[in-house]
Design a protein around this ligand. Structure first.
Ligand SMILES: Nc1ncnc2c1ncn2[C@@H]1O[C@H](COP(=O)(O)OP(=O)(O)OP(=O)(O)O)[C@@H](O)[C@H]1O
Length: 305
């Protein structure tokens, strides 16, 4: 369990993180979201003991990060923002060094190095120095050092930043495969990351917690959630007939061939519209149920703050 209580960080008069409190349990993959400058990295740095809070506390599996830093840090793997340091080491030298730092030795160390290099797919760059790597490979080296000691807690600051779409997919699969009994916190402003890997999402802005929900519940707050898109050449009569259904809140004209039918709060449209189409024998090409858009919800929550 991670327990965060009233966590606050000020830089002079400026409050970057403002009394955040939340807990994360094993098995959860928490997406930590917020616009630029919201306080995500500052929070990650305090969770991992890199930055001292002005007020509040962080407990990692019962160990206070300030009072019992060694016990707490042993349990954490951290991928910070940006790239790993030690630029003049080769990837292999760097990972070997990190394995030593984490107390691995002998056969256990060799096996773990082999496994991590395979998991993060670093074979082709093992003998290149870190400073010559592309941004994507630097992120992957950072990820490899974070998981080296198979930590109970993984804190990843923008883990897929700079990766191409294939690498993003691989890293997300890796995170999902590791998640079983770990606590994983991912800071991101990429909303697709949340639906792809997270079981829960916290949204912050100006250092304050604004929302704490499952990705599904967040999506359900989208004005488009449950809307139905109809592919059909339409007339004002079609629109009027749709609007007369009690489950319909509004009908948006997307193009001459497409209508978006929005539901009243809590209503389900699909069956009502199907029935109308069948009864009136409308020439509908396709009909899609919309899931909603996380970026609409994110904008609504963070712009209101
Ligand atoms: N050492 C510092 N001194 C002064 N201000 C700082 C310091 N570190 C961070 N800040 C400020 O605190 C705020 C939060 O920064 P932080 O890096 O935590 O945001 P973020 O949510 O991670 O943003 P991004 O998505 O852009 O990485 C910003 O306004 C930043 O300028």
């Amino acid at each position: 369990m991670i327990e965060i209580h009233q966590l606050t960080r000020r830089f002079g008069d400026f409050c970057a993180v403002d009394r955040l409190s939340f807990s994360v349990a094993p098995g959860e993959i928490l997406g930590f979201l917020g616009p630029n400058g919201a306080g995500k990295s500052t929070t990650m740095k305090m969770l991992t003991g890199f930055l001292t809070p002005t007020e509040g506390s962080v407990k990692i599996c019962g160990f206070d990060i300030e009072k019992q830093p060694l016990e707490a840090k042993r349990l954490i793997g951290y991928l910070p923002e940006g790239a790993p340091s030690y630029n003049d080491m080769t990837v292999l030298q760097f990972l070997d060094f990190m394995a030593d730092m984490r107390g691995l030795a002998g056969e256990q160390k060799s096996q773990r190095l082999k496994d991590v290099i395979a998991q993060v797919q670093l074979d082709e760059v093992l003998h290149k120095t870190v400073d010559t790597l592309s941004k994507g490979f630097k992120r992957r080296v950072g990820l490899a050092q974070a998981i080296m000691h198979d930590p109970k807690v993984l804190i990843l600051d923008e883990p897929t930043d700079g990766l191409d779409p294939n690498q993003k997919q691989q890293v997300r699969e890796l995170i999902l495969n590791m998640a079983k009994d770990k606590i994983i916190i991912i800071s991101t402003h990429i909303l697709e990351e949340v639906t792809a890997v997270c079981t829960r999402a916290i949204i912050i802005a100006h250092g304050k917690l604004l929302s704490d929900d499952s990705p599904q519940d967040l999506l359900a707050r989208s004005p488009r959630h449950g809307a139905v898109r109809l592919q059909m050449a339409h007339t004002p009569e079609h629109v009027a007939a749709l609007k007369s259904l009690s489950s319909v809140r509004d009908v948006e004209h997307l193009s001459a061939e497409q209508l978006l039918v929005l539901p009243r709060y809590g209503a389900t449209l699909y069956a009502d519209i199907s029935e109308l189409i069948k009864k009136e024998k409308w020439p509908v090409g396709e009909m899609f149920a919309e899931q909603g858009r996380l970026d609409d919800v994110f904008r609504e929550i963070t712009l209101r703050a």
